[in-house]
Design a protein around this ligand. Structure first.
Ligand code: GAR
Length: 195
């Protein structure tokens, strides 16, 4: 059984889907949900689902990313995860932190990478006149949103879409893609999944 830690910053809808999937014959189990925001709604949801939680407020470490990460590392190392899933975790991680978990840290990003790394992905896709958008699960490497893809799902961009309507359409696919990729990854299958 692989041990999975999930890092979140917000509501954690992707996290909930991952937790819901990690039962029965799934090759992994959740061991920790951690957030950089003590108010993140997902923390209470995780606790309700019986998963240990930790909150490390990044605002307690102004301008000191390394000290924040050192504090974040503590509950993570205690939980001894095999795999770390970033699920709406909105802090950029330093190369040192990423390298510690290289090859076993996953992220979900709301665009068809390599298009639109970073923020405001949906507005950028609409502004560019794209007819398709989507989401990518990838391995995390030191370069932001640039690691090898483990899976992608596509949606159409429809006439009249704004960032919110497109984000909602993409999120439905994120909730399908991330659990499917984690299941494969935890069982040792790294071939990219296309949904
Ligand atoms: C998701 O759309 C995820 O792809 C995105 O944040 C949202 C989190 O939603 N992640 C990023 O933008 C990472 N740069 P959730 O908290 O409901 O899972």
């Amino acid at each position: 059984m692989k041990r999975v830690a999930i890092l979140i910053s917000g509501g954690g809808s992707n996290m909930i889907r991952l937790l819901q999937d990690m039962t029965g014959d799934h090759p992994a189990r959740p061991v920790l949900v951690a957030s950089n925001d003590p108010q993140a709604g997902g923390l209470a949801r995780a606790a309700d689902m019986g998963v240990p939680t930790a909150a490390i407020d990044h605002r307690a470490f102004p301008r000191d990313r390394a000290a924040f990460e050192q504090a974040l590392l503590e509950p993570i190392l205690q939980a001894e995860p095999d795999i770390i899933c970033l699920a709406g975790f909105m802090r950029i991680l330093t190369p040192g932190f990423v390298q510690r978990f290289q090859g076993r840290m996953l992220n979900i990003h709301p665009s068809l990478l390599p298009k639109y790394p970073g923020l405001d992905t949906h507005a950028r896709a609409i502004a560019a006149g794209d007819t398709q958008a989507g989401c990518t699960v990838h391995l995390v490497t030191p370069e932001l949103d640039a690691g090898p893809a483990l899976g992608q799902a596509r949606v159409p961009v429809l006439p009249g879409d704004d960032a919110a309507t497109l984000a909602a359409r993409v999120l439905v696919q994120e909730h399908r893609l991330y659990p499917a990729v984690l299941r494969r990854f935890a069982s040792g299958d790294r071939t990219p999944l296309v949904l």
